[in-house]
Design a protein around this ligand. Structure first.
Ligand code: ADP
Length: 259
């Protein structure tokens, strides 16, 4: 029987230099889950994602993707990734929305092959999913941060992934569009049956939308259903952060506005 495990980390540790940045992480993501990954700045969230994507290699432990060791894994079209910087193109960037979305097909068709009509249809279908089809011929830099974010989600969806990983996607999306953004993620998760892993500081909102939450600081301090996370209060972790883990969102806003 096919297992439900999309990703499995077993005692994964990693360091860039001398200090462990990720330490003894055990983590399982199952098909259908919408997992919120939270933790203070510098707690290793982006590094954990780099490990999942094979961009850095664990010093200890093992990672499986879709029941296959990451060392052998090659079905990268199963995993869509939207990076933190995906919504910061300026107005002079010379690419249309459609062109940006089509680049998501490069891993499938090879970098130097031509896009055909089928690829264009696929890209337009992805844009329709994120409700951005009418912007297909706009220059990417003409769009707002939130609209660009949707285009990059369309780019990640174009290869029909089973898992979509998003690194702080709500940064740069204005408050009134954040609800629409979560509605989109909810549709992808429930209607398109795409499992989601989203890094965020927005704890208040993520617990309303995600099915599960992981709270980490080098190692995993909490992993469970969102409902349980609302009641989770870890004294050791609070001491580490200097405030309740539930104030992370507020604290981050403060840091951003001062920077
Ligand atoms: P988060 O995403 O939770 O903010 P990161 O994974 O970006 O955390 O960073 C974790 C730690 O690793 C931080 O102390 C950061 O300074 C360090 N770090 C991140 N990237 C590098 C890198 N390329 N080289 C050296 N240290 C890094």
């Amino acid at each position: 029987m096919k297992s439900n495990k999309i990703l499995e980390m077993d005692q994964v540790s990693f360091k860039y230099e001398k200090e462990w940045v990720v330490k003894n992480v055990d983590l399982v993501i199952e098909r259908g889950q919408f997992l919120g990954l939270v933790g203070p700045n510098g707690s290793g969230k982006s590094t954990l994602i780099k490990l999942m994507l094979g961009l850095v290699k664990p010093d200890k432990g093992s990672i499986n993707l879709f029941d296959q060791s990451l060392k052998q894994f090659n079905k990268w079209q199963e995993i869509g990734f939207v990076s933190q910087k995906a919504n910061s193109f300026n107005s002079g960037f010379p690419a249309t929305v459609l062109e940006v979305v089509k680049t998501g097909l490069v891993s499938r068709i090879g970098a130097f092959r031509f896009f055909n009509r089928k690829h264009k249809e696929k890209a337009l279908e992805s844009l329709r999913t994120v409700e951005m089809e009418e912007y297909a011929n706009y220059n990417i830099g003409e769009l707002s941060g939130g609209q660009q974010q949707r285009v990059f989600i369309a780019r990640a969806l174009v290869s029909d992934p089973s898992l979509l990983i998003l690194d702080e996607p709500t940064v740069g999306v204005d408050a009134q569009h954040v609800t629409d953004f979560y509605d989109l993620l909810g549709r992808l998760n429930k209607e398109k049956e795409i499992s989601l892993l989203m890094v965020t500081h927005d704890i208040g909102t993520i617990t309303e939308h995600a099915t599960h939450v992981v709270c980490m600081n080098k190692t995993v301090h909490f992993h469970g259903a969102s409902e349980e996370y609302k009641n989770f209060d870890d004294q050791d972790l609070n001491r580490l952060y200097g405030h309740s883990v539930h104030q992370l969102s507020h604290n981050h806003d403060h840091e951003v506005s001062n920077s």
